[in-house]
Ligand binder design. Structure first.
Ligand code: 3PG
Length: 217
């Protein structure tokens, strides 16, 4: 897969729904009901973080849930790329990017949303064909004001801002011309997972899905 094809796939994934839930799941039995609740709420594209020992098993379970498109993050190395693919991940996410990681994803044909935090990082990724990037950590970097400022000189790059985003400020991001979607953990907080409150998570997902802004991007 060329980087252009991979980027067109990440563009497609980032325009399916306005929010990509960032998930920290520490029990395999939570994977299927959690994914089903999020899909039912209108958020089918999910990022499972590789922060728990069962993350790859969780990806495997979620990959079998109807309508669910599951990705893996943070990817750091070629080993991460291979194991994410083996688990059934359809895309990868990383808060930054290294040549080794980009090369591994390109070789393995895994669409990647690589992270950028400065204009130069965004330009270097763009030069390599990555037109969709994770802007991280979004709020700490100046949030919507920074992204809006970047959009003027660099309209070629679109972002999935992540970090400090919630139902309160997500819409401000989604109204920006260079923001395709946002990602965040607020849709599936650990306390609700622990309590297995799937209906509540579905409601949070519906609220997030309703943020969709109809702008041609
Ligand atoms: C991540 O884990 O990728 C982000 O830090 C999620 O950020 P949030 O918890 O502020 O949504």
């Amino acid at each position: 897969m060329t980087t252009e094809c991979a980027s067109s796939e990440t563009h497609r994934l980032c325009t399916i729904a306005p929010v990509i839930p960032v998930l920290v799941v520490d029990q395999i039995k939570h994977a299927a009901p959690l994914a089903a609740a999020l899909v039912a709420g209108g958020l089918p594209v999910l990022e499972v973080t590789l922060r728990t020992p069962v993350a790859h098993d969780v990806i495997k379970e979620m990959a079998n849930v109807d309508g669910c498109i599951v990705g893996a993050g943070t990817l750091l190395s070629d080993v991460d790329v291979t194991s994410a693919l083996e688990a059934g991940a359809k895309f990868g996410v990383s808060p930054g990017a290294t040549d080794a990681l980009l090369g591994a994803c390109e070789t393995a044909n895994l669409p990647l949303i690589p992270g950028s935090a400065t204009v130069s990082e965004a330009m270097r990724l763009y030069e390599r064909g990555y037109i969709v990037q994770k802007f991280f950590p979004a709020e700490a970097l100046g949030g919507t004001a920074t992204l809006k400022a970047i959009s003027a000189p660099l309209p070629q790059v679109s972002f999935c801002p992540t970090g400090g985003i919630s139902i309160m400020n997500a819409k401000d991001y989604l109204c920006l011309t260079n923001t395709l979607c946002v990602a965040g953990s607020w849709v599936a907080p650990s306390i609700l997972l622990k309590q297995e409150k799937w209906n509540t998570i579905s409601t949070l997902a519906s609220e997030a899905a309703a943020l969709k802004v109809t702008l041609l991007k």
